[in-house]
Design a protein around this ligand. Structure first.
Ligand SMILES: C[S@@+](CC[C@H](N)C(=O)[O-])C[C@H]1O[C@@H](n2cnc3c(N)ncnc32)[C@H](O)[C@@H]1O
Length: 193
């Protein structure tokens, strides 16, 4: 009897993992087809660098939004280390479900909003800081939203034709977009200066 339970539980777990792989691959393909950057989690080096940047240069900021938050790892890392309202914007349903489960498990206070980030930002409240790990195809869109923020921090890729206030060389790792390799850097655009 014991072994029957073990086999049933193992079969269920394998089915769950396969379902996870199947649905996340489906969302990934959807993103590629619709020219949207798919979910790829930021590295621990990037997350640490973002928190250090916020703590060092923007200690009085009260709100931050992750524009395209994926499973919410970066947003939760900021919420854990910085005393401010943290909002995470994401539009892929399965990715949001995982982000909500992770929020529940870690008891995170990150507020996850299911939306197209760019539609949301058209009429959103003002945020002190926006962080974006969106890549070279999507980053140019951020230029239309500079009034929504005091500061925008982009990960690895600059905003085309916008001069950053600072560039932080993270020192470890890189992100590949197609055949191009982008070493881990933060591009900080401080619009209050
Ligand atoms: C490279 S991942 C970054 C995840 C997270 N910010 C991190 O650093 O770990 C980009 C995420 O942005 C989401 N995304 C891309 N365009 C979006 C849009 N217009 N609205 C909402 N989410 C978007 C994708 O679904 C994906 O989960």
């Amino acid at each position: 009897m014991f072994w029957i339970y073990v086999i049933i539980i193992a079969t269920l777990l394998i089915a769950l993992v396969e379902l996870y792989i199947f649905i996340s691959a489906g969302e990934y393909m959807w993103c590629i087809i619709h020219n949207q950057i798919p979910f790829v989690a930021s590295s621990k080096y990037l997350r640490r660098a973002v928190v250090t940047e916020i703590q060092r240069h923007f200690p009085h900021a009260t709100s931050v939004v992750d524009i395209g938050s994926g499973y919410g790892g970066l947003a939760r890392h900021i919420a854990k280390n910085c005393d401010m309202t943290v909002v995470a914007l994401e539009n892929m349903p399965f990715t949001i479900m995982i982000a909500r489960i992770m929020n529940f498990i870690t008891r995170s206070r990150v507020k996850i909003i299911k939306c197209d980030a760019f539609e949301y930002l058209k009429s959103s409240p003002h945020f002190n800081i926006g962080v974006a790990y969106l890549g070279p195809n999507v980053n140019p869109r951020l230029k239309e939203y500079t009034k929504q923020f005091d500061v925008i921090i982009t990960l690895d890729v600059p905003i085309e034709k916008l001069k950053p206030t600072r560039v932080i060389d993270v020192g470890h790792g890189c992100t590949h977009y197609g055949r191009h390799k982008f070493p881990h850097k933060l591009f900080v655009y401080d619009f209050t200066k």
